[in-house]
Design a protein around this ligand. Structure first.
Ligand SMILES: [Zn+2]
Length: 348
């Protein structure tokens, strides 16, 4: 089976019977009946293909990956296998973060490809049982010091009011992390390059932040927010690109209701600037790295490209540079630059 350890899993060697689990109710029923003791729990709830926005489908099943190990360990399971979070049927396992509940013993946890998950499920249906051997060599090493990378064009009127564009530098160790989040990193740097090339002198400071360690605990995002607070900066608007380098669809916005209401009204007068891009604006979550800025009452925005292919590559070996379409990436950069320009010029 094509398999990949989950981020944070302990290593280990296990051979045991597999029990398929599709819902938490089923897990509890099986567990309370003693049927998970000494077994490998196999979480096989797929992403819901009826959700048009794939991030909603991801949100609907990622709980299996994040919390599945300890929830199964509670009932005596010895390891877990998790169906990869993708709508594609292929042979790439997709990893991602997981957390242990220290109340239960730590057990190895791995993702398997959707093809492997379908095959394993079929064997269980047809044969009634299956035994699997797992050997994970992963380990968590001690933390080392690393850094966010920051560049800015200083504002000429309100240098302490920051318009941030950002993405994250780290990625999972398989693939290149091209869409997650090489694309966001390139776009964020390119927004500043575009404005600089135009000779634009901003009113507010326009800052590119390449966050470190989004995937494994949001350290860079948290450290950035702490520093911003310490320096007494105001995060006027923060725009994160961490949903892939695909064709732009729009932006989602969250923020203080007073700021937000006014800004949204203004956005409708801006709409003609975005007409060639066919962009839509909506209320909704922004991004992980800028979420620690929430308490500082600025506007937070997430760049929302087309989401249909993001989870084809997300956290998998297939997330490589050749999967990024240059033109789609540049259209996204241009729409981010347009938003930054309008906020800088007209405020919120
Ligand atoms: Zn990411």
């Amino acid at each position: 089976m094509a398999a990949l350890a989950l981020g944070g899993s302990i290593g280990g060697k296990v051979q045991a019977e597999v029990v398929e689990v599709d819902t938490w109710e089923q897990l509890d029923q099986l567990g309370e009946a003693g049927k998970l003791k000494g077994k490998i729990a196999f979480y096989n709830r797929p992403m819901d293909a009826t959700k048009i926005r794939t991030f909603e489908a991801y949100g609907g099943c990622v709980d299996q990956r994040v919390g599945g190990a300890s929830r199964a360990s509670k009932y005596g399971a010895v390891a877990v296998l998790v169906r990869s979070m993708t709508l594609r049927l292929d042979d790439f396992p997709h990893t991602g973060t997981m957390h242990y509940d220290s109340a239960y013993s730590l057990i190895p946890a791995a993702a398997i490809s959707t093809i492997a998950a379908e095959a394993l499920s079929q064997i269980l249906r047809e044969e009634g049982s299956a035994k699997v051997s797992i050997q994970l060599n992963c380990k968590t090493l001690p933390d080392v010091l690393s850094y966010n990378v920051i560049g800015e064009i200083r504002g000429r009127e309100k240098p302490n009011d920051i318009i941030l564009v950002g993405g994250h530098l780290d990625s999972w160790d398989v693939g290149h992390g091209a869409h997650d989040d090489g694309a966001g990193v390139v776009q964020s740097m390119d927004v500043l390059r575009l404005l600089k090339t135009l000779g634009y002198r901003p009113r507010h400071t326009i800052r590119c932040v390449l966050f470190m360690n989004e995937e494994n605990g949001l350290r860079g995002g948290k450290a950035y927010a702490k520093e911003a607070e310490r320096k007494g900066e105001f995060p006027l608007a923060s725009i994160e690109s961490d949903a892939g380098g695909f064709t732009p669809r729009g932006f989602s916005f969250e923020g203080d209701e007073a700021v937000f209401g006014k800004f949204f009204e203004k956005l409708t007068t801006f709409e003609s600037h975005f007409t060639p891009y066919d962009l839509k604006f909506r209320k909704g979550g922004s991004g992980a790295d800028i979420s620690p800025l929430r308490g500082m009452k600025g506007l937070l925005s997430g760049y929302s490209p087309d989401s249909q292919r993001y989870f084809d590559y997300h956290h998998a070996e297939s997330d490589t540079f050749d999967k990024v379409n240059k033109r789609e990436l540049e259209l996204g950069t241009a729409s981010m630059a347009a938003l930054v320009y309008l906020i800088d010029k007209y405020g919120l």
